[in-house]
Design a protein around this ligand. Structure first.
Ligand code: GMP
Length: 287
């Protein structure tokens, strides 16, 4: 039986050390693959795959469309670690547990985090298949005191009150626009505000209308908690939402949100999304 350290920093350090001793890659870029978007991990060269179930202190993926493994390798020459499968609040893990990989990555030497997710489109101009650069978020669980940073602050990771007005790196967002223009992707590229909810039920019509009025362009159940922990630890963050369905805003509508359509939209646009991210990684300037 493994001896699990009580202190979260020690736990993350133990996991980071275990991973570093089990892979040849020392990653500087971390990538989290959203629902149906795990194909990004297949682009890595000299891949080394480690199942979550083999990693000390790691939770397991329970959602269809999330493979449940870390993939190490190089993407366009940059050493990367890729989460093929992420953790969500609705799986029943604590919010600290679902964000633990961010801290592990930080301790392994990751400086830049790239997250993708599947999300419902609230903005009426968005179509299924659009890719939204996240420029800001609305952390609904945070309004209710649900934050991955709740509890005593550990200064070894970051400050008690981290700034979030610069959470989504401006230069990386500009890079995404530039790369998308070069790849002729601009006609399906958007930039907007992502709102996170706890799930797992999809939104009611009234909730969609509310979120839209509040200024959210897309809604989902992930990413924001990871970004908060990554920013707390001083990593640069960039995130993309694939709009997999349109939020239902109208009581006459017969449309119903469902996970199958989410995965299907992912299949349709995955290749272009992967190309966008990998071209961005190729251009990353790492310190
Ligand atoms: O299909 C459900 C999964 O995709 C969840 O993990 C969500 O993060 C995401 N998702 C896709 N579309 C929606 C949506 O319309 N609303 C919400 N809340 N999550 C969505």
């Amino acid at each position: 039986k493994r001896n699990v350290p009580h202190d979260i920093h020690d736990q993350c350090q133990a996991t980071a050390d275990w991973l570093l001793s089990n892979t040849q890659v020392q990653p500087t870029v971390g990538i989290v693959c959203g629902s149906g978007l795990g194909g990004l991990a297949e682009m890595l060269k000299d891949r080394q795959v480690i199942k979550y179930s083999d990693i000390p202190n790691f939770p397991q993926s329970t959602v269809h469309g999330h493979a449940g493994q870390l993939v190490f390798g190089t993407l366009k020459g940059k050493p990367c670690v890729c989460m093929q499968g992420r953790f969500h609040l609705y799986e029943g893990y604590s919010i600290q547990k679902i964000t633990l990989p961010m801290r592990v990555f930080k301790l392994m030497g990751v400086e830049t985090m790239i997250m993708t997710n599947a999300a419902g489109g609230l903005n009426q101009d968005y179509k299924v298949g659009d890719v939204m650069i996240i420029k800001d978020h609305i952390n609904m669980p945070g309004f209710a005191g649900v934050s991955p940073l709740t509890g005593p602050n550990d200064d070894r990771f970051g400050v008690r009150f981290p700034c979030m007005s610069d959470a989504y790196d401006r230069e990386l967002r500009q890079l995404a626009h530039d790369v998308a223009a070069e790849l002729s992707y601009s006609d399906f590229l958007q930039e907007g505000v992502y709102c996170v909810l706890g799930g797992p039920s999809f939104e009611t019509i009234a909730e969609c209308r509310l979120l839209h009025k509040l200024g959210a362009d897309a809604v989902g159940m992930s990413t924001v908690h990871e970004v908060i922990v990554a920013r707390h630890a001083g990593m640069r963050c960039f995130a993309l939402s694939l709009i997999t369905n349109r939020a239902v805003m109208d009581y006459d509508s017969q449309e119903k949100a469902n996970h199958e359509e989410v995965l299907e939209a992912g299949r349709q646009r995955a290749e272009q999304l992967e190309k966008l991210v990998s071209t961005m990684v190729a251009r990353l300037e790492l310190n």
